[in-house]
Design a protein around this ligand. Structure first.
Ligand SMILES: [Fe+2]
Length: 189
């Protein structure tokens, strides 16, 4: 219904449909466009959706940063399975998709800058970067991803220490206790 209305209104105003979409609708479309790329990754689009949910529900995203943070999260793993591909190929693909949805060039540049180094724990980066970083670390404590990271001997304390926000650290410690408990005493050495 709404889609039809947008199409008709756009035609009447001589504008493209994209120009009439709200920011939230554009970000929703961005996630759809990103999905085929992410499906090739080990954790698939499910990982990206989990990171997004954590950021939205658990981190305080300032309103003025929301669009940048959400777009960066949606696009952060788009370059491929390895971090090298994500850093090297991701920004180019991200720029194309953002242009397709009519996001301003300056905005696309900021997103590309963020995803180009999204695993590095650098100081004095934009809040949107910090939100992506923390949410992308917190997701490792999720039921779906914890077993893998536990099996490769992740140093959980180091992961927690490197998070930017204290609310991330508190929640991560809670999750860690929960995961260890649900593993059951018989599995603990
Ligand atoms: Fe990620």
């Amino acid at each position: 219904m709404r889609q039809n209305l947008i199409a008709r209104t756009a035609a009447l105003m001589g504008k493209s449909e994209i120009e009439l979409l709200s920011s939230a609708e554009k970000l929703e479309k961005l996630l759809l466009l990103t999905t085929p790329y992410l499906q090739k990754n080990d954790l698939g689009v499910g990982h990206t959706k989990r990171v997004l949910e954590i950021a939205r529900k658990r981190l305080n995203i300032p309103v003025e940063t929301e669009e940048l943070a959400v777009a960066s999260i949606i696009l952060h793993d788009i370059g491929g399975r390895t971090i090298k591909d994500q850093y090297e190929k991701g920004p180019e693909i991200a720029a194309v998709l953002l242009r397709q949805l009519d996001f301003p060039i300056e905005f696309a540049k900021q997103v590309c800058e963020i995803i180009r180094t999204h695993h590095e724990r650098l100081d004095s980066l934009p809040v949107a970067f910090q939100i992506l970083y923390d949410a992308d670390q917190l997701v490792r404590f999720s039921e779906e991803e914890f077993p893998y990271y536990e099996s490769i001997g992740t140093n959980w304390n180091a992961v927690i220490e490197r998070m930017y926000f204290s609310e991330s650290k508190v929640w991560a410690m809670e999750l860690l206790r929960e995961r260890r408990k649900s593993k059951g005493p018989s599995l603990q050495h």
